[in-house]
Design a protein around this ligand. Structure first.
Ligand SMILES: [Zn+2]
Ligand SMILES: [Zn+2]
Length: 145
């Protein structure tokens, strides 16, 4: 089972907050992460400890960064979300409605299902909001053959 399929919405939001708060030089501070999530610092620390155990973030002198695995996980999540948005747009939802609808399913769908949906949608390059969709393994396989 892929890591992403074990994560819940709160964990995805926490990874997103870490990414927002980190830069080239240093990781995100606990206060930044807590503020971004609208929770208290001890709760934020609890979430970070869990993510650290999953090897998705690293912590050093109170600052937190995404690990390579955490970065890859967030990238994969975005792919799930944007492929789902494209599908819902195709099914007739307005661009505005696709985001909320995708949030209902993006973590529930497996990589395999997302790849199949991506293929069925003709491998869209962008979500309805113009954000890029990373190429899927199905397309990589097609191009190789
Ligand atoms: Zn694809
Ligand atoms: Zn979008």
């Amino acid at each position: 089972m892929e890591v992403l399929e074990k994560l819940d919405r709160r964990q995805i939001e926490t990874l997103t907050a870490v990414r927002k708060g980190q830069n080239e030089v240093r990781g995100a501070s606990l206060n930044f992460i807590a503020d971004a999530l609208g929770i208290r610092a001890p709760s934020a620390l609890g979430r970070l400890t869990t993510l650290e155990r999953l090897h998705l973030v690293t912590r050093y002198r109170g600052k937190t960064r995404l690990s390579a695995q955490g970065e890859a996980c967030l990238l994969e999540y975005r792919r799930h979300h944007r492929v789902a948005e494209s599908l819902f747009q195709h099914l007739g939802l307005s661009v505005d409605a696709t985001h909320a609808a995708a949030l209902e399913v993006d973590l529930a769908f497996s990589h395999r299902t997302i790849d199949r949906l991506c293929e069925a949608e003709g491998h869209p390059k962008e979500c309805p909001h113009g954000e890029p969709i990373a190429p899927c393994s199905t397309r990589a396989g097609t191009e190789a053959s």
